[in-house]
Ligand binder design. Structure first.
Ligand code: COA
Length: 318
């Protein structure tokens, strides 16, 4: 697919509300040591993960994150005209989990799921913005919610250590200001020849070629993030905060090194969340906004990569 390359495709938007939700059940490396042939030191050294949250259900976590974001934005749920939910772990095969969340949050307009695995939130963010531009939608909510911990085999030490559950939400408002805010550049791509490097069959558990996924994650993230920056007419040094998908601390480090982005300009939450798939970027974004690391006028770069293989990156002026 050719990358999207025209900022007039998007509406001028602002992030009016945001939120992260993690289920309460903490699973530490030390607990994993008791049932798997692994240890805390190995996991922390190879992945940067110390603990993850498990036991979440996609719709429940999405509703929690959505409610908090709506409260923060101070808007009536019925004024939200669209929900796009990025998830790979829908509650059911049908209907979409978005329709359940849409009902429980009391939203109006349409809703649908996007499955682009760990790239899902950035895909959803781009799709939502372009639909706000073309379909006259003034307010929308984008949620990433996943419970991949439910798809790891109990005795598979390679995947069980990586994946956790969570959700993150942002509310986008169309704005008419002199200065454009919203998407400045976006890139999306797929390489389906690598679909079986990371996949989960119906009724099965996640199967993964970790080393090859690692290599491709670094390559694709760097290429995609660079493309999005080029389309925005920017350099890595112009970015206030880089928010990469949180798959492995070493992947983030390798990407930052290749792109010349300092770690103190990068959002890193993986130590306490693990890989929460479509939720990882909105969780990291919410933490950064809560902590005041970024604010109105700043430019962020969000970049997701996951099974498919799929990737997407977006440069956004807040
Ligand atoms: N605990 C202890 N040892 C483990 C282990 C674990 N959980 N998992 C693997 N090992 C062992 C291997 O068996 C191997 O042993 P050997 O040297 O005796 O053969 C050794 O550790 C090294 O394994 P390797 O697979 O080379 O480790 P790695 O450095 O590549 O780390 C991953 C493994 C899975 C952490 C890493 O490849 C990774 O993160 N890949 C990307 C996965 C990912 O991000 N997926 C989601 C994408 S969105």
């Amino acid at each position: 697919m050719q990358p999207l390359n025209h900022t007039s495709l998007y509406a001028s938007t602002s992030i009016a509300g945001w939120s992260a939700f993690l289920p309460p059940n903490v699973l530490t490396n030390t607990e994993l040591e008791k049932r798997l042939d692994t240890n805390d030191e190995w996991i922390r050294e190879r992945t940067g993960i110390r603990e993850r949250r498990v036991g979440g259900k996609t719709s429940d976590m999405a509703v929690e994150a959505g409610r908090r974001a709506i409260t923060l934005a101070g808007i009536e749920p019925s004024k939200i005209n669209m929900l796009v939910l990025a998830t790979t772990t829908p509650d059911h095969i049908m209907p979409s989990t978005a329709s359940i969340v849409h009902h429980r949050l009391g939203l109006s307009g349409a809703s649908f799921d996007i499955n682009a695995v760990c790239a899902g939130f950035v895909h959803a963010y781009i799709v939502t913005n372009s639909m706000m531009s073309t379909m006259g939608i003034d307010t929308a909510i984008v949620i990433g919610s996943d419970c991949l911990s439910s798809l790891t085999g109990n005795d598979d030490r390679t995947t069980t250590i990586l994946f956790g559950d969570g959700a993150g939400a942002v509310i986008l408002n169309k704005v008419t200001k002199k200065t454009y805010s919203g998407i400045l550049g976006a890139d999306m791509g797929t390489d389906g020849s690598g679909y079986d490097l990371l996949f989960c069959p119906h009724q099965g558990t996640i199967e993964m070629d970790g080393q090859e996924v690692f290599r491709r994650a670094v390559r694709a993230t760097v290429a995609s993030a660079t493309r999005a920056l080029e389309l925005a007419g920017m350099k890595a040094g112009d970015i206030s905060l880089f928010i990469p998908h949180q798959a492995n601390y070493r992947i983030i480090q390798a990407v930052c090194e290749r792109m010349g982005i300092a770690e103190d300009h990068t959002a890193i939450t993986i130590e306490t969340t693990g890989n929460t798939s479509a939720a990882s970027i909105p969780i990291a974004l919410s933490v950064a906004l809560d902590e005041g690391r970024v604010t109105t006028g700043d430019t962020i770069l969000m970049s997701g990569f996951g099974a498919g293989m799929s990737w997407s990156s977006v440069v956004v002026r807040l």
